[in-house]
Design a protein around this ligand. Sequence first.
Ligand code: SF4
Length: 285
Amino acid sequence: MKQKEVQKLLTLVAKNSPVHLRRRSALLHRILKTRVSVMPPDCRHVDYDVIPLMITDGCLYNCSFCEVKTGMEFTCRSRQKIIDQILALKEFFGPDRQNYNSIYLGQHDALGAKPDDILCAAEKTFKILEIDKSFKQKPRLFLFGSAESFLQKKENFGACMNRLLFYTYVNLGLESFDSATLIFLKKPVSAVVMLEAFKKMFAINKEYENIEITANFLIGEELPASHIPTLVKYIDDAVKGVAGKGCIYISPLKGSKNSKELLAQFRTIKQKNRIQTYLYLIQRL
Ligand code: SF4
C-alpha cells in the first residue's frame, strides 16, 4: 500500500471515535424511524453484518413473555416511505456499502407485509444499494415471520421470493405446540396453527432452493410440563422422511434462571430429533 493510501485509511479509522459512532447510530435510528431491537438468529450466517430496512412496525400478538416487542400494533410502511429509507441508507453507508451483501427486513413480523411490498423492498434494496457490487458473494435477505403471516402467503409468493437475487431466510416464532403452554405464554395462536406452519416450513424448504425457513421455540422451567414432550413428539413427526434445509432455535424464557433445568430441556429436544438445533439467547439490542 502506498503511503498516501495508508494515510487515507488511518484517517478513516481514526474518525470512528466513540462520539462519532454514537452520532452515526442516532442518525441510523432516525433513518429507520425506530431502533433495531433484535435480529433474526439466521443472521449468524453473516456474523450479524446486515443493513436494516424497516418495512413494518409492531407485531400481531404483543405476547406477554416477549422481551423485544415495541408494544405497537402491527402496521406496514408505505412503499414511498420504504424507498425514501433505502435512498437515505444509500447515503448513510456511502462507499462502505460494498462491505455488505445482506439485508434485514424489519421489524418483528416483516413477513406480515403485503407480498408485493416485500418483493418490491427486496428488489429496490438490491438495485439502489448496488448489492451486486459488494465484495461479498451470495447476497442474503433475513426477516422474521409469525405463523399466521406465513400461512397466509399464497403459493406464488414463494415462487417470487425464490426468484429474487437474494437467498432468503425467514425465521418464524412458533414457541410451542402445546395449548396449555401457549395459553400460559398469552400467545393468542392455537397449537394447530403453529403445527401447520411448522409443516409448511419443511414443504417450502424442500420446494424452493433460495428460501430457508427456520423456527423458534421456547424452553423454561416455569412452562407447563406438557410443553417439552409435545414439542419433541411433533418435531420428530414433522422431520420424519424430510432432509435438507432449515433448523430450529431454542430460547430460554425471560426470567428462567435454572440453567441446569434449561440445559436438560435443550438436550432432550436436541437429542431426540434429527433437525439442526441451536440455542438462541435473545438479547435486546
Ligand atoms: S414474540 Fe414475536 S410476535 Fe410476540 S411480541 Fe415478540 S416479536 Fe411480537
